[in-house]
Design a protein around this ligand. Structure first.
Ligand SMILES: Cc1cc2nc3c(=O)[nH]c(=O)nc-3n(C[C@H](O)[C@H](O)[C@H](O)COP(=O)(O)OP(=O)(O)OC[C@H]3O[C@@H](n4cnc5c(N)ncnc54)[C@H](O)[C@@H]3O)c2cc1C
Length: 463
């Protein structure tokens, strides 16, 4: 891959260059042996256009890296041309309206820190070094989904470079069909350079932290949760985690290392109404320890960070549950008991069930490419490890746990929080056949040569 355009202003890196190994680090290093042929870091939209024109002239597919947090390691494929947007860091917020524009290289923690300075939050994900770009283009869910909907429900416009090298803005008024597709299947359609969101007033003071329940209490808690949460205010969010108990304040020593159920609570309503909001929840079971306390929003939205360190080998599969039941709780705890032993101090195997529903269901399934039918809960089965020799052991635990949950799951799912499961699976992931046909037609229009193929790839031919 020679002759990269001299008009390109940013740095670029080839194998053997001093910073190459550093620049190709991404969150999931399971494909750490992959060596892109060229990594280019645009300094502005003009540089992105130059890179896309170069790819077209040389008939090269393009891999896009923003936050590098994708589970499929698609940001740094072997032999590829990588357009690494991590230097595009602009953030601007209108303090009056809350309209927030962020560039594609911004991470969630950076966006949160900037918006909180003006008392706003853009509803997004729960791990601070995740990229705003990849998350938004797939949908975007987190502690505020129940209150404000998915990230794409709060997206007002996206600036993109098309695969033939044009720049345009997609919104409800400008290229609305592309805008529809960018909100859930965006990785397939164009290179997004910046996003404008409607942020909401929330924080800085919130209630957040962990409630830890014994395995015995997990079943009544999980069985009663749908009914309780249907009555609780949308300002109360919960993510359940089944895991092997880490040492936490107040946990009886004999519990450490045994399967427990943790409820990660994030409450963004008036603090003096927290106990009322929690009353139904508290009636279901008594926790072994209650670590929920007043915190800032920034603290609340980084509680998960230590569980998801970058640079390890990872596998993750997931989907939606339309409701919880006792059997889901029993399976979760039994699978944690059967998980491979922990490596590196933190639990290696996690089952996570964040609540969705609420404001997510205020929007119609067909309002965005992102699919939401039946999405009352997300479930994620994930494993993190370091030794390549352990790949089989951890992956097969994830796969078999996923199979145990399958009878309770919907066919559609959230494409960002699961590894790619192949073309047949992807057809169902977005929901109806009509929706799939619409996505194939969009791919045909906006990326007919499949230049953007390092993703959960929608075929332009419909095959
Ligand atoms: C530990 C962890 C926690 C997570 N937590 C959440 C969560 O709370 N909520 C949630 O919704 N999701 C979550 N995710 C999933 C996350 O949304 C996706 O992995 C997302 O794709 C990451 O975006 P990125 O920019 O960091 O990824 P990258 O690895 O840079 O890219 C991922 C994919 O997006 C494409 N892409 C990236 N940027 C662009 C762009 N600018 N234009 C076009 N295509 C692009 C890439 O080609 C690639 O296919 C989590 C993932 C991990 C690993």
């Amino acid at each position: 891959m020679t002759g990269f355009p001299s008009a390109f202003k940013g740095p670029h890196y080839r194998p053997g260059d001093a910073d190459y190994e550093n620049v190709k680090q991404i969150w999931n290093m399971r494909r750490g042996d992959h060596r892109p042929a060229l990594i280019v870091q645009p300094l502005d939209t003009g540089d992105v256009v130059e890179a896309v024109k170069h790819a077209n002239r040389n008939d090269l597919p393009i891999a896009v890296r923003s936050g590098g947090h994708g589970i499929d390691c698609a940001a740094m494929p072997h032999d590829a041309l990588v357009v690494d947007l991590s230097r595009l860091k602009g953030i601007s917020i209108d303090p009056g309206t809350g309209l927030t524009t962020v560039d594609a290289g911004v991470r969630l923690g950076e966006m949160d820190a900037a918006t909180q300075q003006h008392g706003y939050v853009v509803p997004a994900g729960v791990v601070t070094d995740t990229g705003v770009a990849g998350l938004t283009l797939g949908g975007g869910i987190g502690h505020l989904t129940r209150r404000f909907g998915a990230t794409v429900d709060n997206l007002r416009s996206v600036d993109v470079v098309t695969t033939d090298g044009r720049t345009l803005t997609a919104s409800a008024d400008s290229h609305p069909d592309l805008f529809w597709g960018l909100r859930g299947a965006g990785h397939n359609l164009a290179i997004a350079t910046s996003f404008t969101f409607q942020a909401h007033r929330a924080g800085p003071e919130v209630m957040s932290g962990l409630l830890v329940y014994s395995a015995d209490d997990a079943v009544p808690l999980v069985s009663g949760l749908d009914e309780v949460m249907a009555r609780a205010p949308r300002t109360l969010s919960v993510a359940l985690l089944a895991l092997s108990a880490p040492p936490l304040p107040g946990l009886p020593p004999e519990t450490i290392g045994t399967p427990v159920l943790v409820a990660l609570i994030v409450y963004t309503g008036p603090l003096d109404e927290y106990e009322t909001a929690m009353s139904g929840f508290r009636a279901l079971a008594t926790p072994l320890t209650d670590l929920v306390r007043p915190t800032t929003w920034l603290e609340a939205n980084s509680i998960v960070d230590p569980f998801e360190p970058p640079g390890r080998r990872n596998h993750l599969l997931g989907g939606y549950f339309p409701e919880l039941n006792a059997e889901i709780a029993r399976i979760a705890l039994a699978r944690i008991a059967a998980a491979p032993a922990s490596e590196g101090g933190l639990p290696s195997s996690l089952i996570t069930l964040p609540i969705l529903g609420g404001a997510l269901f205020d929007h119609d399934e067909n309002s965005t490419a992102f699919s939401r039918t039946g999405a009352a809960w997300l479930y994620e089965v994930s494993a993190h490890w370091d030794a390549p020799s352990a790949d089989g052991k951890y992956s097969s635990w994830v796969e078999s746990t996923m199979a145990a949950f399958a009878p309770y799951a919907t066919k559609n799912c959230y494409v960002n929080l699961t590894a790619d499961r192949g073309p047949d699976w992807l057809r169902g992931a977005y929901g109806s056949a009509a929706k799939w046909d619409r996505l194939v037609a969009l791919k045909q229009t906006w990326d007919p040569e499949n230049l953007l193929r390092y993703n959960k790839n929608i075929p332009s031919s419909g095959e």
